[in-house]
Design a protein around this ligand. Structure first.
Ligand code: GH3
Ligand code: MG
Ligand code: MG
Ligand code: MG
Length: 323
């Protein structure tokens, strides 16, 4: 995946980066039932960190389901329960998948250490726990977590940007191409129906020429909003470019696509768009629809048929639908 380059950091990103670089303490969950050891570790950690102790894996798990922690320190010598089992549960739940885990081992616990590392434990401490070592290892995990959270957020954000149309917030053509290919494969495999619809604003060049490009942009955003509002949950709306939008409709035969296309066409034509400055602008749109035909059909040919239909609607006088 290509990560956005050359982008300046925004205020929130800057704050997030500051946090990555800071030496602030974190929230530590200590899973320990040995009272004296628990006290000693809490005292060592507490000037900088906020420490919560749980004596049982089950109660630790409940707490981790409800609260965020930066590090979990798990004793592997709990009375009557298995600390490693807790570690493996933490790795399997979405909510706790990325929380750093440090295990506390007795001398001679090599086999358990290997099992722990194998299931994704991040670090370990040997008993008796040396306080400076505890602090250093906890801090390392906190910093590592902040750093990877930051990178994960950045990647998610870059991905959002890469597949979103900046003006309307709809998906862009790149996303549409990936998504349509997947949906066509699914529909062919399962024998279900799939239709697409292209809508293009009529004489949009005249809107720009008459009112200016900014008003043109406003109309595009408003059309996108009407499109979104008249789209069902399973349908995917995207901006193909310019003043042209595509709707992909799974489980929809041509008759259904026709109904939806008519609804979108009338919703766009029936009510003027009013700019914040009070200018009222009416536009119409033409719609072309096409449906999946047989198992040798391809995304490219469905799009081509929808585009031909759109062209036919334009030729017949615009503000209409064709298939
Ligand atoms: P038709 O009814 O045949 O579709 O006519 P049209 O004028 O809508 O079509 P044409 O393709 O001639 O013009 C499309 C116009 O859309 C030209 C272009 O300047 C404008 N346009 C494309 N993208 C944007 C945009 O992001 N913002 C604005 N304001 N205008 C855009
Ligand atoms: Mg055109
Ligand atoms: Mg147009
Ligand atoms: Mg066009």
């Amino acid at each position: 995946m290509r990560v956005t380059t050359g982008r300046r950091l925004g205020a929130t990103e800057h704050a997030a980066l500051q946090r990555v670089l800071s030496n602030d303490g974190g929230r530590i969950l200590l899973v320990e039932d040995h009272e004296r050891s628990g006290h000693r570790m809490t005292e060592a950690l507490q000037p900088l960190h906020e420490v919560t102790t749980e004596r049982f894996p089950q109660s630790a798990l409940l707490r981790l389901g409800a609260e965020d922690f930066d590090v979990v320190v798990v004793s592997l010598s709990l009375q009557g329960s298995d600390g490693l089992r807790l570690c493996s549960q933490l790795r399997s739940f979405e909510r706790t998948r990325h929380v750093p885990i440090i295990i506390l081992l007795e001398d001679g616990g090599d086999a358990r250490l290997l099992r722990g590392l194998d299931m994704g434990v991040n670090d370990y401490l040997m008993r008796p726990v040396e306080e400076h070592e505890l602090l250093a290892r906890v801090m390392t995990q906190i910093k590592r977590k902040r750093h990877s959270d930051f990178l994960r957020d950045q990647i998610e954000e870059s991905f959002e940007l890469a597949v979103t149309d900046g003006l309307t917030g709809l998906h862009n053509r790149r996303y549409m191409e990936i998504h349509l290919a997947t949906l066509v494969c699914d529909a062919v495999r399962t024998g279900r129906e799939l239709s697409v619809l292209i809508t293009d604003i009529d004489h949009f060049k005249a809107v720009n020429d008459t009112y200016g490009h900014d008003v043109g942009d406003f109309v595009l955003k408003s059309v996108a909003e009407r499109l979104r509002r008249n789209t069902r949950g399973a349908d995917l709306a995207c901006r193909m470019g310019g003043e042209e939008f595509l709707l992909i409709m799974p489980d929809t035969p041509l008759s259904g696509a026709y109904q939806i296309g008519e609804r979108i066409r009338t919703r766009i034509a029936s009510e003027a768009f009013q700019t914040p400055q009070g200018t009222r602008i009416r536009v119409t749109s033409s719609v072309g629809i096409a449906t999946l035909e047989g198992e040798n059909d391809t995304p490219e040919s469905i799009l081509k048929r929808a585009d031909n239909a759109l062209y036919a609607a334009k030729r017949r006088g615009r503000n209409r639908i064709a298939s």
